[in-house]
Every structure is written in structure tokens, then in C-alpha cells.
Ligand binder design. Structure first.
Ligand SMILES: Nc1ncnc2c1ncn2[C@@H]1O[C@H](COP(=O)(O)OP(=O)(O)O)[C@@H](O)[C@H]1O
Ligand SMILES: [Mg+2]
Length: 379
């Protein structure tokens, strides 16, 4: 570890980078960002902005020259140079070797399965499938439910796109839950509270996060033990978002891990003693981690663009929402709307989860997101 990590280079300049930078300023950090868009949410907060694709190795080299450590806010980046540079001593956290395993959902599942983490049953090829329904998944590049297909019969297999895929047993889901975990340079691990994730039904996009998850004590204990074990086998500093399934037989199965801050952890900015973003910055810069203690029950609401069309975004009703106590608004500076694009989030804190949930549902109806199509600019 370098004696002092002051400059942090982030590949990806989205809202995750933006909120990480905001958490890094009080710790005296400086930031460089690579992103292909001039309108990247983190651009104006970064000391150094390199406009380039996530595959651009020259841009990665330029960032690495400036920075004391490299991290990323998106999985879809080129890892080949980072893996070689890490061997030569470049500090990249979490390790690009871990990222390369995670980028491919099949190698990710096998990695965890081999280390004793329970995952849904996997079929490499269609002819191995023993009984329907199953779920087909794109090995690489999927997000927000894009790249996941329900397969109810052998006929459905023919309709799948011609890309590298694999299959999983279809889990009889009771609840989708999640946990953030952080791991520091010395292998110390902190576990955030367990959350419940509720999705927008039209497109499979996270809409609400409720914390703490309403589960019995023994299930919560098992989930936390599993989260700890996942952080242990990952062996690299950073923050990780863990998505899990709780099924109707009481099984707890790993769905996927993201080696970065995660939408499921946004509540932690106001609801926890240390946010996921601050612990991300602490982890990658060789500082001890902060406590993840929940201060109050919370509900996070994602602000999603309407399903129709592209254009410039307008948000109505914020004035009413901003008058409410313990309701925290975050806008990412994404003023170009695309269907279901995540443009902000709101966290509601209350003394009870029920109360927070009631207010969150109201807040969601108080806001209207609209699109003016004539003002579209490509981003
Ligand atoms: N094996 C499975 N059984 C049942 N539902 C699944 C399974 N895998 C994924 N899903 C559903 O599809 C959603 C998206 O899958 P996921 O692999 O998390 O993709 P993404 O990378 O798009 O988040 C999950 O949140 C869950 O609702
Ligand atoms: Mg997912």
C-alpha cells in the first residue's frame, strides 16, 4: 500500500462515482474520472476528467499515471491491462482479477459455488436442463433485468438471442434481499443491515429498498453470516453489493455480487453511521472502515424516467417533497430522459419501517417525471 492515497481514479463517471466523490471530499481525497459522456454525473466533481470509453486502455494508463489508486463504478470495463498493471504494482481495488470473474455471470456463480456459497442450480448448456421452468442469462453485459429470460418450455430456448448464455434453476422467490459489505486493506469486514428490494414490474428495475428487511432473527443471522463469507472469499478491499434470493423453502441463495457501491445501499447515506460511499473510499484508500450501524429505519425510492421516449427531463412536485422532514432528495444531474433511466433517489427516514413505507409511497405519488421529446441530445 502506498503511504498515502490522496488521488483516486475512477473508471466510470455515473451517479455511483458522483456519490463516492461527495463522500471522499471530507476525507481530503481528489478524484479523476474516465467516462465517454460529457454529461457524466461525476464529471464536474472530478479534478481530472478523461473523456473515453471504458475499453480505452490508453485512457486507463493516463488515469493510472495521475492516481494513487484505481477503482471503478461500473463492471463493464476492459480488465486486460489493469490485470497486467496490477502484477507490476499498480493498486486497483477491488482487484481486476475479481472483477473479471464477476463480469461473466457463469464464472461468477462457479467461483462462489466452489467456495461453498449456495447458488441456484446451474446448467451450462440447454441439453443439460432437467425440467422447466428455468432462467436463461447472458453471461456478460446484463443489467437491470436486460439479459435475463424466463424459459418455460424447450420451445422458448429457440427464441433466445444468439449470444453466450447459460441457464439457472428458476428459484421460487419469497423475497429478494440484499446486503452491502465492505472489506479493508487488512481484511477487516463490515456488514450493513439486510434490505428488501422491490422492483418496478414493467421493467425489472429496482424501485424501493426497505431497511431493515422484515425477516425472522435466525434468517437475518444466516444472511449476515453468508454475506461475511462472501466478503471473505473475495479477498480484495472494496465495497460489494450482494443480491440474494430467499425462496419459499427458506433457502438463501446468492444471485449476484457487484464489486462497487450498489443502488441497494443508497439508503446508507443518511440511514447509517457510515455510508456505503464513504466506506468505498476508505476501503480503496487503505483507511479503516466506519461503522455501518443503522440509525433509523429507511425506505429508498428510485426516481425512474417514464417509459415513453427520450427527451429533456422535468420533475414536478419536488417543492412539496422538500418540505417534509427526514426526506432526503438526491438528483444525479441526468437531465436527458431515457425510458426507465435512474435519475435520482429519495431516502425517507422514520422511527418505524411502516411509517417510512407509508411516507415513501406518498412521496412517490407527489412527484411527476415528464419528458419533452424535442429537446433530446444524445449522451
Ligand atoms: N434463478 C432465478 N430464478 C428466479 N428469478 C431470477 C433468477 N435469476 C434472476 N431472476 C430474476 O431476474 C432478476 C434479474 O436477474 P439478475 O441476474 O440479478 O440480473 P441483472 O444483472 O439484470 O440485475 C432478479 O432480480 C430476479 O428477479
Ligand atoms: Mg441483479
Amino acid at each position: 500500500m502506498k503511504p498515502e492515497i490522496r488521488r483516486i481514479g475512477i473508471i466510470g463517471g455515473g451517479q455511483l462515482a458522483r456519490m463516492s466523490i461527495l463522500a471522499g471530499y471530507p476525507l481530503g481525497k481528489e478524484f479523476g474520472v474516465i467516462d465517454p459522456s460529457e454529461q457524466a454525473p461525476a464529471k464536474n466533481l472530478a479534478e481530472l476528467f478523461i473523456r473515453a470509453s471504458f475499453e480505452d486502455i490508453k485512457a486507463q494508463q493516463k488515469l493510472a499515471q495521475w492516481a494513487d489508486v484505481i477503482t471503478y463504478d461500473i463492471e463493464k470495463i476492459e480488465t486486460s491491462w489493469l490485470i497486467e498493471a496490477e502484477k507490476e504494482g499498480l493498486q486497483v481495488f477491488p482487484s481486476p482479477q475479481i472483477l473479471a470473474i464477476i463480469q461473466d455471470k457463469l464464472t461468477q456463480k462457479e467461483f462462489f459455488y466452489k467456495r461453498g456459497i449456495p447458488v441456484p442450480k446451474i446448467y451450462h448448456e440447454a441439453d443439460q436442463i432437467k425440467g422447466f421452468p428455468v432462467v436463461a442469462k447472458a453471461r456478460k453485459g446484463g443489467y437491470d433485468g436486460q439479459g435475463v429470460w424466463m424459459v418455460n418450455s424447450p420451445d422458448d430456448i429457440d427464441k433466445l438471442p444468439d449470444i453466450p448464455l447459460y441457464f439457472e434453476e428458476k428459484v421460487d422467490i419469497y423475497k429478494e434481499i440484499g446486503v452491502m459489505v465492505a472489506r479493508d486493506y487488512w481484511g477487516e469486514i463490515v456488514i450493513y443491515p439486510v434490505v428488501e428490494m422491490l422492483f418496478e414490474h414493467r421493467r425489472h428495475i429496482l424501485k424501493f429498498v426497505k431497511v431493515p428487511a422484515e425477516l425472522d432473527v435466525s434468517t437475518l443471522k444466516k444472511v449476515k453470516e453468508l454475506a461475511y463469507e462472501i466478503a471473505r472469499v473475495l479477498e480484495s478491499p472494496g465495497i460489494y453489493g450482494i443480491e440474494l434470493f430467499l425462496d419459499n423453502d427458506g433457502r438463501i441463495l446468492l444471485n449476484e455480487v457487484a464489486p462497487r457501491p450498489h443502488n441497494l445501499g443508497h439508503y446508507s447515506i443518511e440511514a447509517c453511521a457510515t455510508s456505503q460511499f464513504e466506506n468505498h473510499i476508505r476501503a480503496v484508500s487503505g483507511l479503516p472502515l466506519g461503522y455501518p450501524t443503522l440509525r433509523k429505519p429507511a425506505v429508498m425510492i428510485n426516481l425512474l424516467c417514464p417509459p415513453e421516449g427520450k427527451g429533456s427531463l422535468h420533475i414536478e412536485g419536488l417543492d412539496k417533497v422538500l418540505r417534509l422532514p427526514e426526506v432526503h432528495v438526491h438528483l444525479y444531474g441526468k437531465w436527458q430522459a431515457k425510458p426507465f433511466r435512474k435519475v435520482g433517489h429519495i431516502t425517507v427516514l422514520r422511527d418505524s419501517l411502516n411509517e417510512a413505507w407509508d411516507i415513501a409511497r406518498k412521496v412517490d405519488t407527489m412527484l411527476t417525471l415528464t419528458v419533452k421529446s424535442e429537446q433530446w441530445q444524445d449522451v
